[in-house]
Design a binder for this molecule. Structure first.
Ligand SMILES: [Ca+2]
Length: 226
């Protein structure tokens, strides 16, 4: 193995930890170990507003996509709920990450559909107060509570330049509209994330590589002179 190949392998290994999930971003209806709660348990990472006690709770309706071990439905209550808008909120911490390079793939499903923040009238999912373009799923959309959305991506500067991660606590808001006073609920699942973190060992390896290449170049230069 040449020196350059060896150093390349070292660098790749070092950045290998950049892929995974954001550990503080929780799916709906799971405990602190990211495992689904039993039905009827109160969620501890997501809130719903407005809501009735105790809420939000893990829930399931016969027509809904079945819960799994990694995510569950949450809702403001069992059975039919008042018609109107429900706000689902969670926070996650990106302290220490290179936030402009973070990218999070996720999917959602809901009853009835994603709607707008009535205060701004901009429909869609909100990251830190700004709507993310392309995340408005009206009632006539291609999916609902029986299937997952397409894979969606959370990242800084998505299209408009307004939706941005912050190096600290980030807030995700999803507005769900319930029609006809029937059941309502929401489910979120993080699929994967690119999470580059500057590690001290990265700089050591890069410095080492530069020194090694300089030494190599000097040796070659000396050889050529001999
Ligand atoms: Ca409904």
């Amino acid at each position: 193995m040449s020196l350059i190949t060896f150093l390349s392998v070292l660098l790749i290994l070092n950045f290998g930890s950049s892929y995974g999930v954001i550990p503080t971003l929780y799916n709906t209806g799971v405990d602190n170990s990211h495992v689904s709660f039993p039905l009827g348990t109160t969620d501890i990472h997501w809130t719903i507003s407005p809501t009735g006690p105790p809420a939000p709770i893990t829930n399931i309706r016969p027509a809904w996509l079945p819960n799994t071990t990694v995510s569950s439905w949450i809702s403001p209550g069992q059975g039919g709920q008042p018609t109107g808008e429900y706000l689902y909120t969670t926070t996650f911490d990106l302290t220490g990450y290179i936030v402009d390079a973070v990218s999070i793939d996720y999917r959602i499903t809901m009853d009835d559909h994603v709607t707008e923040d009535f205060a701004t009238s901009a429909p869609g999912i909100y990251l830190n107060g700004f709507v993310i373009p392309g995340t408005f799923f009206p009632a006539s959309g291609a999916f609902n509570w029986t299937s997952w959305s397409p894979t969606l991506t959370l990242e800084s500067n998505i299209t408009s330049g307004e939706s941005r991660f912050v190096n600290g606590v980030n807030t995700l808001n999803v507005y769900i509209d319930n029609g006809g006073a029937g059941p309502t609920g929401f489910r979120f699942e993080q699929i994967s994330a690119i999470t580059p973190v500057p590690e001290p060992s990265t700089y050591l390896i890069l410095t080492g590589a530069m020194v090694a290449l300089l030494v190599l170049a000097r040796k070659k230069g000396l050889k050529n002179h001999q």
